[in-house]
Design a protein around this ligand. Structure first.
Ligand code: GLN
Length: 260
């Protein structure tokens, strides 16, 4: 009997916690813009965020919309360089950075991450006739590969640390993933290291490119939030958690990434 009561009490506590986390944001003063949930992103990362008819759409935009709705806020999306998102969150100009952003220890020093809502994979894009046939080829002594990346993404960080700093190759940084892929097409770089979903979108839009079967790294995507706004963090994270638990997030992902 005691056990049942203890279990019931624990359940009641969990429910109470969940309920208070999902309270609408009562005071506008906690958000960057009154009455709004302001999301910072880089709308050049399909299918997570991209422009369609002048509007920012995609997985992250829809997840943010669902979070905003739960909290009784209006969603505002601010488009910027990927590189600027963490600064916008840190400076209180945006409430959440949602940008297919990988959780890393370095970023954790600057922001608090929400629950993770998706998995990303760093892949390598090459031309169809490339001599590079596996990720391991990038690490061969004397390979001297020129690798295109999007500036300050994890693809950039890993290739800089693992390959350039080890004297095994060179990293060329572009402000957009699509620009890096264009550089591959025109022979300015030998390959591009980038997240798998935008990689698929870029490769299907440009003839003569392919994605290697071997993966460079597997990572978690989460929202980036200000470290000094715990009320907002708790509300947003609880809303996201419940959207994960009730299957909404998976439904949104499946809509944009049909099962293969
Ligand atoms: N997942 C990568 C990162 O967080 C790339 C994200 C992006 O380009 N939007 O660095």
């Amino acid at each position: 009997m005691k056990k049942i009561i203890a279990a019931a009490m624990a359940l009641a506590m969990v429910l109470a916690l969940a309920a208070c986390g999902q309270k609408p944001v009562e005071s506008d003063s906690f958000t960057a813009n009154p009455g709004k949930l302001t999301m910072a992103t880089n709308a050049a990362f399909p299918p997570y965020e991209y422009l369609e008819g002048g509007e920012i759409v995609g997985i992250d935009a829809e997840i943010a919309g669902a979070i905003a709705e739960k909290l009784g806020l209006e969603l505002q999306i601010d488009d910027m360089e990927f590189d600027s998102i963490i600064e916008a969150v840190k400076g209180g100009k945006a409430d959440i950075g949602l940008a297919g952003m990988t959780v890393t220890d370095e970023r954790k020093e600057a922001v608090d991450f929400t629950a993770t809502y998706a998995t990303g994979v760093q892949v390598v894009i090459v031309t169809e006739d490339s001599a590079i046939t596996s990720v391991d080829d990038l690490f061969v002594e004397g390979a001297n590969t020129t690798i295109g990346v999007q500036r300050n993404t994890t693809g950039d960080l890993y290739c800089t640390w693992d390959i350039q700093d080890e004297g095994l190759g060179t990293v060329e940084r572009y402000s957009k993933g699509a620009d890096a892929v264009q550089a591959l097409k025109t022979g300015k770089v030998d390959c591009v290291v980038i997240d798998n979903e935008p990689a698929k979108a870029f490769v299907s839009a440009i003839e003569g490119l392919k994605i290697l079967d071997t993966e460079y790294a597997i990572e978690d995507y989460a929202g980036a939030m200000n470290k000094n706004n715990p009320e907002l963090y708790d509300s947003v994270n609880a809303a996201l958690q419940s959207l994960i638990t009730d299957g909404t997030v998976q439904k949104i992902i499946d809509k944009y990434i049909p099962a293969e």
